[in-house]
Write a protein that binds this ligand. Structure first.
Ligand SMILES: NC(=O)c1ccc[n+]([C@@H]2O[C@H](COP(=O)([O-])OP(=O)(O)OC[C@H]3O[C@@H](n4cnc5c(N)ncnc54)[C@H](OP(=O)(O)O)[C@@H]3O)[C@@H](O)[C@H]2O)c1
Length: 287
């Protein structure tokens, strides 16, 4: 297909490179001030155009802007007549639904959303990691879904279909699965520093790696270890007292995660009810 990319940052550039490698033609790329340099490096054959010119030249318009700019970008393209009957418009956000593209649909275009369930801190890693990533596909109808699945296949992804109304909870899952995993790693490093441990990132790495490997090998319920799953109320209390003394801003997060761990252990039948109650008694004193 002839493809335009409006907002070719980390995700948009990787999608453009992937589609070009699969035989699609990138007929226009539009974006902000840094876009031309990225296009020069990763998509040297693609013209840099303004958004309306790029979209008007394409059968498929990929919006890869930050989430907040997706709706206004679609509105602008529709208002300028750059999308309409015969064009498809797609966004890459996991958290937004198809409604972000409604102005393009009112102009006669058809829409879908494809979300690579992967983390892209920079363009190079995005190009490397897109193949093999799970890709959520949401569309209005069967034809749209088939196009989305085909595009995801072309990107080397593992597509699956996702209902539009479930995208927000799906994205919350992705945030826990990636962003908060990173945030908890940073918190662990901070606390190691408070404990006077040298090279916290280095000492934590084998622990973190083994935890992730265990989740993949055994499933989360079996991989879980630690005081909550053991029903070790005294240790939980000592952890919380230490946080109160050194990092009280983390108490709330610790309590929330301890409750989540209790639920996981309980659902897996790994926690006796009296052990759960003992840990909950401690947690209740800190909320
Ligand atoms: N990064 C990830 O891990 C990831 C993973 C899956 C999905 N996504 C989704 O992919 C989309 C893009 O995220 P990203 O991380 O790739 O963002 P990003 O790296 O910040 O790229 C956004 C691009 O949009 C351009 N841009 C910003 N405002 C614009 C506007 N009003 N009109 C046209 N172009 C505009 C910027 O151009 P300049 O650089 O030239 O200013 C930039 O290249 C989002 O919907 C996000 O949810 C991201």
């Amino acid at each position: 297909m002839d493809v335009a990319v409006i907002g070719a940052g980390r995700a948009g550039t990787a999608v453009a490179v992937g589609l070009a490698r699969a035989g699609h033609r990138i007929v226009g790329v539009a974006g902000g001030a840094a876009t031309a340099a990225r296009v020069h490096r990763w998509l040297p054959d693609a013209p840099v155009l303004d958004p309306a010119a790029a979209a008007a030249a394409a059968a498929l318009v990929v919006i890869g802007t930050p989430d907040d700019a997706i709706r206004p970008t679609a509105e602008r393209l529709a208002a300028e007549g750059a999308v309409g009957p015969g064009s498809w418009i797609v966004h890459l956000s996991g958290g937004l639904g198809l409604d972000a593209l409604e102005s393009a649909v009112r102009a006669g275009a058809r829409r879908l959303a494809i979300h690579p369930l992967q983390t892209f801190p920079d363009v190079d890693s995005a190009i490397d990691r897109l193949p093999g990533a799970a890709i959520a596909v949401t569309a209005d109808d069967e034809e749209g879904a088939e196009l989305g699945m085909r595009l995801a296949d072309d990107l080397g992804g593992r597509p699956f279909r996702l209902d539009d109304d479930r995208r927000p909870i799906y994205h919350a899952a992705a945030v826990f699965g990636s962003n908060y995993l990173v945030a908890t790693s940073a918190v662990a490093e901070t606390l190691m520093i408070l404990a006077g441990v040298p090279d916290p990132a280095e000492v934590l790495a084998p622990l973190r790696r083994a935890s992730i490997e265990n989740v993949e090998r055994l499933g989360a319920a079996e991989a879980l270890t630690g005081p909550a799953v053991r029903g070790d109320a005294g240790t939980v209390r000592r952890n919380l007292e230490a946080l109160k003394a050194s990092a009280p801003e983390l108490i709330h997060a610790y309590v929330s995660m301890a409750r989540a761990a209790l639920d996981v252990a309980d659902r897996a039948g790994r926690l006796a009810s009296d052990a759960r109650r003992a840990v909950e008694d401690v947690l209740d004193g800190w909320t």
